[in-house]
Design a protein around this ligand. Structure first.
Ligand SMILES: *Cc1c(COP(=O)(O)O)cnc(C)c1O
Length: 428
């Protein structure tokens, strides 16, 4: 499929039914698979033959959808996980172990920040965080002899900073390690990080890819570009025999194209079991079939709302990388020429009380801990996800008390703006 345009890949990649087979992806609702001889099954366990034996590791429905995502991102292999959190953990833990170190952008999703700075730290994996707009010197200075991966988000949730992917890829590669990019917010429709040098791409498919707030899920896509064997001393898990899997050396047997995902499947999925339910993979694929159409509208509505808020007297500031006044406008023009996403952050004059009063007045935008779905929703971190923090602590974390994050859905932009306007009018 890889010669087709993105619109065609969204609809048709991954699953090509044969004569008389179902047109829609079959949901293989089965934990296990049947074989005629033990010898046949043995070949699967030895990774000598391709096939399925137990859904904790792999399922055909998931693999159809993963193949579509690999094609959309321009990668060579992919896997689905139960959530975006599992995707980021697997992507990093596949190449890191106790004693390793990660360089990460400080502007990332809160859950991923906790994963890296708290939970992975308990496993003996350290991290250094750098600002996404740091200089090359600052970035290079963050590396250590035991650095094994670099991590960032194309458009960060919720800060809406834009990663200079080429700069981060260059620094990662000059230190002999891969760049992992979480591409959840733009999706491959608006940015393909692999084309800018990213080696591994991750997703919370819970967001735009599903797009309907229906199924939690994640994905990992390997570019197939990183030469593990050229840095074999850094990546023993890929470049030396895996005694827990019959002594297979993944980078030798499966090459650059297949080693990363094969190891993550046969080792991490086997031991940690975070597979996406085939039913959810099916729902995800329904979302993917219209992703290219929906992203265009999310961007159109996001920009219209950002422009409206930007000119309003009761609004102190607006963050949206598509606004020419935004700090990340230029880097967004480079990496996101078609626009980024439908999420806009803005700060009201009047702080926390104003934000609370404003949100109470909204008729269309629902208050939710969610983003990137067909229905517009919004959140005031100071009174919800970050409510344990004082105003001073919030400010230090770059989250003013009056900040509101709005995720523009697929409704009419005129209706959305009218809703925001009446709520702004109602507060004083
Ligand atoms: C939501 C999100 C995650 C976590 O994904 P879940 O599917 O909720 O586990 C990771 N990264 C980004 C950028 C996200 O927005």
């Amino acid at each position: 499929m890889s010669d087709f345009r993105m619109e065609t890949k969204c609809v048709q990649s991954g699953y090509r039914p044969g004569n008389g087979e179902p047109r829609q992806i079959p949901i293989i609702q089965s934990t296990t698979f049947k074989y005629d001889t033990s010898e046949d099954m043995g070949k699967l366990f030895d990774l000598e033959a391709e096939g399925y034996f137990y859904t904790r590791l792999q399922n055909p429905t998931n693999d159809y959808v993963a193949a579509k995502l690999a094609d959309m991102e321009g990668g060579t292999a992919a896997m689905l996980t139960s959530s975006g959190q599992a995707a980021n953990f697997f992507a990093l833990f596949n190449i890191c172990e106790a004693g390793s170190h990660i360089v990460a952008s400080s502007s990332i999703y809160g859950g991923t920040f906790n994963l890296i700075s708290v939970t992975m730290k308990k496993m003996g994996i350290d991290a250094t965080f750098v600002a996404p707009d740091c200089t090359e010197e600052e970035l290079n200075a963050a590396f250590k002899e035991n650095t094994r991966a670099v991590f960032g988000e194309t458009i960060a949730n919720p800060a809406l900073t834009v990663l200079d992917i080429e700069k981060f890829a260059k620094a990662a590669h000059s230190h002999g390690v891969p760049l992992v990019v979480d591409n959840t917010f733009p999706t491959p429709v608006n940015c393909r990080p692999i084309e800018w040098g990213a080696d591994i791409v991750t997703h919370s498919t819970t967001k735009y890819m599903d797009g309907h707030g229906a199924a939690v899920g994640g994905a990992i896509i390997d570019s197939g570009n990183f030469d593990w064997m050229a840095h074999a001393d850094k990546f023993p898990g890929l470049c030396t025999p895996d005694e827990s899997y019959h002594g297979v050396t993944y980078a030798e047997k499966f090459g650059k194209e297949g080693a990363f995902i094969t190891k993550a499947t046969s080792q991490l999925m086997r031991d940690l079991g975070s597979i996406q339910a085939p039913q959810n993979a099916y729902i995800l694929n329904l979302g993917l079939e219209s992703l290219h159409v929906r992203m265009e509208r999310h961007v159109e509505n996001g920009l219209a709302v950002a422009e409206f808020l930007n000119g309003h007297e009761k609004v102190k500031s607006v963050s949206y990388p598509g606004l020419p006044t935004d700090k990340y406008y230029e880097v967004a023009q480079k990496y996101l020429p078609k626009g980024g996403c439908g999420v806009v952050s803005f700060e009201l004059e009047g702080g926390r009380p104003a934000a609370e009063a404003f949100m109470k007045e909204l008729k269309l935008a629902a208050i939710e801990t969610h983003v990137a779905d067909a229905r517009t929703c919004c959140l005031n971190p100071a009174t919800s996800t970050h409510r344990q923090m004082t105003d001073e602590q919030l400010l230090a974390a770059g989250i003013p008390a009056g900040l509101i994050r709005i995720s523009c859905g697929l409704e009419s932009k005129e209706d959305l703006i009218a809703d925001l306007a009446q709520a702004l009018d109602a507060i004083n």
